[in-house]
Design a protein around this ligand. Structure first.
Ligand code: ZN
Length: 98
């Protein structure tokens, strides 16, 4: 799992309670875990050729956590759906954001 930071103080998350500010991070960890599972599921479903479901799952993962993996699967699924303009918009957003 990639690095997670406390949304309150930006400390690196190492447990369900932030070591710096004490914030309860249970929901943050749960959301990150869900995003990871959704991304993997989107990838597997893409490989099976169900691009509509893959795009929906990748989008859901992206909404939970903005990772390159989720965005890449989403872009590929959009392209496979023939939604090149939407894919390009997402790609441009990816490559022009700071
Ligand atoms: Zn914190």
């Amino acid at each position: 799992m990639s690095e997670i930071r406390c949304p309150a103080c930006r400390a690196l998350v190492r447990s369900a309670a932030c070591g710096r500010c004490g914030a309860d991070l249970t929901d943050v960890i749960r959301a990150v875990s869900w995003a990871s599972r959704l991304t993997e599921e989107a990838r597997m479903i893409f490989l099976r050729g169900d691009f509509d479901t893959s795009a929906a799952l990748a989008r859901a993962a992206w909404m939970l956590r903005k990772t390159d993996a989720a965005r890449s699967v989403w872009i590929l699924a959009l392209l496979a759906q023939g939604r090149g303009a939407d894919a390009l918009k997402l790609w441009v957003e990816k490559n022009t954001s700071p």
